[in-house]
Design a protein around this ligand. Structure first.
Ligand code: GDP
Ligand code: MG
Length: 369
């Protein structure tokens, strides 16, 4: 193959993706994301910046994600993936709990939602929203540190009676750096002493300009306790997602991200978010150095489903090894290919460890592609 993703190349060279992207931008590349696909020549140029010599070896085929810059306009819409962020005690968990109770699984199965790292909410309009199940920016950062850009929208929770606090400012910083659009949920709106105007004013000091304050960021007063404003919040998310026009192919090779991995009574499982394609039992997938022939797909109620489409959280079993959280999941055409890719990656990661020392003495020679 003559292509490699930015995150794979950073991985091969042994540099943190954020640092790697920064270096590329210093070199004059613009608007680089982890998922961008570099051709061999560009990859060679960038590798040279890190004192690596690219040796083009197309004999060792790896699996490749589709380029990110494709024209998606003719493809089906997909649900947005949302992360909830904000200061401690501002009501993130309470909001997630409210949403979880209205999740697809909960409505179909009497309110029992298992934790699989994400869940979907279906709006009366038939539009779905996928929420990552872990509030706070540590999860967001952890995923990004591993190169996974899973979040489409950040819901920034700010308590109406407490306004902007240090972790609010942190969350704004992270969302801005990641170029992820924000919707503000002014929480605890049911509480005495609530002051949404103060929240809006304080936010604008920190670069979040809401609608009545000269900006275009939506701000919705909510209470995760009484449910006030929650449907409006969901509608705002759907409206923003429609404006951003999130779409993905359902017919291409499957791509996604592993959100979490664990062992349950029925074996090794990983929850994943599908980015492209449709995953079905029997499909063969690779995530990092683990592979699986999908045995069962389950939704967040633990119920077996026949397929998972883009934006949908799903629990997958059938893994030969435990995959790592945050790793990219790609479909393989055959079991043999999956095994070859895993072997290749294991071998690569061995040489990679040596490679790091070699970089230090400026003479590293690494196989790149
Ligand atoms: P987190 O730290 O951001 O996850 O905040 P929590 O959801 O754990 O909420 C912190 C505290 O605020 C808890 O005691 C909640 O019961 C309370 N709380 C959260 N949301 C609301 C709300 O909308 N109204 C009221 N009155 N209390 C809330
Ligand atoms: Mg919490």
């Amino acid at each position: 193959p003559e292509f490699i993703s930015v995150s794979n190349l950073a991985d091969v060279i042994g540099v943190r993706p954020a640092q790697f992207v920064q270096r590329m931008e210093d070199m004059g590349f613009e608007e680089i994301t982890y998922r961008d696909i570099l051709d061999a020549e560009t990859a060679g140029l960038v590798a040279a910046e890190f004192n690596y010599e690219a040796i083009f070896d197309s004999g060792k085929a790896d699996l490749h994600a589709a380029p990110e810059l494709e024209d998606t306009s003719g493809l089906p819409p997909r649900p947005p993936v949302v992360t909830i962020m904000g200061h401690v005690d501002h009501g993130k968990t309470t909001i997630l709990d409210w949403l979880r109770k209205s999740s697809v699984a909960a409505s179909e199965h009497g309110g029992i939602t298992q934790h699989i790292g994400a869940f979907s909410v279906m709006m009366p309009s038939g539009k779905a929203i996928t929420f990552l199940d872990t509030p706070g920016h540590s999860a967001f950062l952890e995923m990004r540190r591993r190169g996974a850009d899973v979040t489409d929208i950040v819901v920034l929770v700010v308590a109406a009676d407490d306004s902007v606090k240090p972790q609010t400012i942190e969350a704004i910083k992270h969302a801005t750096q990641a170029k992820v659009p924000v919707i503000v949920a002014i929480s605890k709106i049911d509480k005495e002493g609530n002051n949404p105007d103060r929240v809006k004013g304080d936010l604008s000091v920190h670069g979040i300009h809401v609608e009545d304050y000269g900006g275009d960021v939506q701000a919705i007063g909510v209470s995760g306790k009484t449910g006030q404003g929650m449907v409006e919040l969901e509608e705002a998310i759907v409206a923003l997602s429609e404006m951003l026009d999130h779409r993905a192919s359902t017919t291409c090779n499957v791509e996604g991200w592993v959100i979490e991995a664990s062992t349950k009574s029925y074996g090794r499982v990983a929850s994943a978010l599908i980015r492209r394609g449709t995953l079905r039992p029997g499909d063969i997938i690779v995530a990092g150095t683990a592979w699986a022939r999908v045995r069962t797909l389950r939704n967040e109620a633990g119920v077996a489903i026949s397929e998972a489409t883009p934006g949908m959280p799903v629990e997958i079993d059938g893994w030969r090894e435990q995959p790592g959280a945050g790793t990219e999941l790609l479909q393989a055409p055959t079991e043999q290919k999956a095994k070859d890719v895993v072997d290749y990656r294991l071998e690569k990661s061995d040489t990679q460890k040596m490679g790091i020392d070699m970089v230090a003495i400026n003479e590293a020679r690494r196989e790149l592609l």
